[in-house]
Design a protein around this ligand. Structure first.
Ligand code: A3P
Length: 418
């Protein structure tokens, strides 16, 4: 027993040394930067970078809060291509076959969470004129706007060949340097009559992307699906909490949604990245600063100012090249939205109301055809935490003028809370 006791305390001593050493290294790395109150769920700090706010911010919110140098968890879309992991299941030869075939397609789609199945042999693909083509159309935003569901639903359209993974081609200099042949090689095969598509929601947020896209794909059709920015922010917050739990395995962060899906989550070295997200223990603490003002440079908030992103696109693309969709309307009834997509892309009138049904268990619309009971996986349609009325009111007030400009600019009437 004594030997065991000695061995345990010896191990404890080594463990303590390791912890002290790690803490010292962390302190040396980040100790010069402002530290958050202890016990508030904050565990790391770094000086906040200003977002690429353009002149509209000044015009609309001249008396906005002075953002304190914020403390944040470092998370970035590029670091966490979670969507890819969740959705890109690639070709799965064992996936359930469906009876309905598509003569014009190079692939057969199975359930929306199993991706696509190659239908034909290489000879057959050649016979059909299947090739990997640059995109004719892109879903370019917004993160948490309903982009994956929209992609999955319209992937079943026989005139659409949708690349299942998010390619992030235009957001990465390294990718762009690899050239167009490389980009093409990432696309799914399409027949000459099909619209070749990819979706990367991050395209809407990166300032340099519109110019890059317009140089490469000047005639591309662009689709953006936007939710009520308040809902988007909550959705993004929940998403990042889950992402951190899965991918940052070191430092504890309190769970925020009591649905049992998340235990104590943690943050690791991979999270110390140069992101502009500030994620705290609660949604409220993440979006409202210590002075009670909105943390408007936090990407949880700034990503909801859609009009800034769209304005950048309008510098490079004609208005009729952009389709602006309401993600809230899409949640409530996907049918009118997919019809808008068909007409925008100039493709066949394929979807009918019978393609969709409301799944009570899922709490969202799913597909009945060509595969019955075809719902999004649990990472889409997650439960959201309750948010205080005060925080909601502040956010709504913040977004209201931007949403008004957005409605006017895009000639839409998004009936959101702000
Ligand atoms: P939540 O999971 O927060 O509810 P994206 O695919 O761009 O990441 O967007 C995710 C959001 O799509 C989900 O956010 C969900 O609200 C929304 N969504 C829209 N239609 C949906 C559907 N039929 N099934 C599941 N989620 C849907």
């Amino acid at each position: 027993m004594e030997t065991l006791g000695f061995s345990l305390s010896w191990k404890k001593a080594v463990l303590s040394c390791c912890i002290i050493l790690a803490a010292t290294v962390l302190f040396m790395m980040y100790g010069d930067q402002q530290r958050a109150p202890t016990g508030s769920g904050y565990r790391s700090s770094r000086v906040y970078e200003q977002s690429n706010a353009d002149s509209i911010e000044g015009a609309l919110h001249t008396s906005g809060s002075t953002q304190e140098p914020a403390l944040q968890w470092f998370l970035d879309d590029d670091l966490f291509p979670l969507e890819d992991k969740e959705e890109a299941t690639g070709i799965d030869p064992k996936a359930d076959r469906i009876n309905e075939t598509c003569d014009t397609c190079c692939y057969r789609y199975v359930t929306i969470n199993k991706g696509i199945v190659e239908m034909a042999s290489e000879e057959e693909l050649a016979e059909k004129g299947c090739q990997q083509r640059l995109p004719d159309a892109l879903i370019f935003g917004v993160k948490k706007g309903g982009t994956t569901t929209l992609k999955n639903f319209i992937s079943y359209h026989p005139d659409i060949a949708f690349t299942q993974s998010e390619l992030h081609y235009f957001t990465s200099t390294t990718e762009v340097q690899k050239g167009l042949q490389y980009y093409k090689s990432k696309m799914v095969y399409s027949t000459p009559g099909q619209v070749s598509m990819e979706k990367t929601p991050a395209y809407s947020h990166y300032p340099k992307v519109p110019a890059l896209i317009s140089r490469t794909l000047p005639n591309v059709k662009l689709i953006i699906i936007m939710r009520d920015p308040v809902e988007r922010a909550v959705s993004d917050f929940v998403h990042l909490q889950v992402t951190m739990a899965q991918q940052c395995p070191e430092i504890n962060l309190h769970p925020v949604v009591g649905n049992g899906a998340r235990g104590p989550v943690s943050l690791g070295a991979a999270c110390f990245n140069n992101s502009k997200y500030f994620i705290s223990d609660t949604f409220e603490n993440s979006v409202i600063g210590l002075d009670g003002a909105i943390r408007y440079t936090n990407q949880l908030v700034s990503k909801g100012v859609y009009v800034k992103d769209i304005r950048r696109y309008l510098k490079y693309f004609k208005p009729d090249q952009i389709l602006a969709l309401d993600g809230e309307a899409f949640i409530n009834d996907p049918y009118p939205t997919v019809k808008k997509v068909e007409s925008f892309l100039g493709i066949r009138d394929y979807f009918t109301r019978e393609h969709f049904y409301f799944d009570v268990q899922k709490g969202f619309f799913c597909l009945t055809k060509p595969i019955p009971n075809n719902c999004m996986n649990p990472s889409k349609g997650r439960p959201h935490p309750d948010i205080s009325e005060e925080t909601l009111a502040k956010l709504r007030e913040y977004y209201r003028p931007y949403n008004k400009v957005l409605n006017d600019l895009m000639n839409v009437d998004f009936n959101w809370s702000s």
